[in-house]
Write a protein that binds this ligand. Sequence first.
Ligand code: ADP
Length: 318
Amino acid sequence: MATSIIELKEITKQYDDQLAVDHLSLSIKKGEIFGLLGPNGAGKSTTILMMLGLSEPTSGTVHVCGLNPTRHPLGVKQKVGYLPDDVGFYQHMTGLENLMYTAALNGMSREAAYKRAMHVLDQVGLVDAATKKNGKYSRGMRQRLGLADVLMKKPDVIILDEPTLGIDPEGIRELLQLIRHLNEQDGITVLLSSHQLHQVQQICDRVGIFVKGKLLAEGNIESLAKQLFFEDTFVVNVFADPIDDSLIQSIHDIHGVNRVEMNHSTMDVYCQEDVTPDIARTIIQHDRALYHINKKNYGLDEIYHRYFEGRELNEATK
Ligand code: ADP
C-alpha cells in the first residue's frame, strides 16, 4: 500500500462563528495527483493553509511529509511548494531575476540558483521569456513562473490553489500537462484545488468533493460515480432493429442490468457493471441488426452537478 504524504485527521477550523472546515479526514498518497473540488467558500484554501502550517486547526491533526506543520512549519516549507491563486512577482524584474531573488532569500548561492533557475525555466517552458520583465508576462506565464519558483527547492509535494483561474483554454491545457509531466517525471505529489471540474478530471488520480467544510465524497471518477449514482454507474445506449418486448426482456434479464428505457428508436440500458458485451451478444442471438452500441460513463461534470444540485447536497448541508 502506498504511503500517505498528507494525512488529515478530523480537522476543524472555526473562525469566530464560522465553521470553515468541519471534521475533515483525508489521506493523500505519495505520487498521486489529488483534486480538492468545491465551490467558493467551501473551505479549500483554509484546508491548504492548515497543511502549510500557516493556519492552526481548531482541532484534529495534520501531518505533511510526516511532520506536524504547526510545530514544524519550516520543515514543511522545505518539502512543500505552495502556489497561491495569485502569485506575486516583482513586475520590474525578469522571470529569471525573480527566481534568483527568492533563491537568495532562501540562502541559495548565486551560482546554484542560476543553474537551478535555468533548469526549472526550461521545465515550465519559459526559457525564451527568462529575460523578459515579469510585468510583460501573461497570467498563464506568471502561473508557470510560479510553478518554476515552487520547483526551485525540489519539493516532494506541490500544493496549487486554483491554478487555472483566469487563464485562457490553451494556457490551462499547457499548465495541466506540465503538472502531469512533473508528477510522472519527478514523482512529485500534487494537491490542487479547483472549482473547474472538467479540467481537474483530466489530470487527477482522485478527487474529493468539498462543500461547506465537509468532504462529501472522494475517490477516482468511477468510484465517485458509484457513490453518487448508486447502482446506475453505466448507461449503455443501443440502436438495434427491431427492438421488441422479447428483446427488452432478455436484456433486462442480463445480470447487472437494473432497468431498460426506450428512447425513441434506441434503448438506454442502466446497469451497475459494464455489461456492454453481454448486451451485444443478446441482440445478435435474437437475430437483430445491431447498428450502434455505446457505453456512457458519468463524467466529473455530471457527478458534480448531481452533488451540487441534487438531494445529497441538501441533506449533507442541512
Ligand atoms: P474556498 O477556498 O473553498 O473558497 P475558504 O477556505 O477561503 O474557501 O473559506 C471558507 C470559509 O471560511 C468561508 O466562509 C470564508 O468566508 C471563511 N474564512 C476564510 N478565511 C477566513 C478568515 N481569515 N476569517 C474569517 N473567516 C474566514
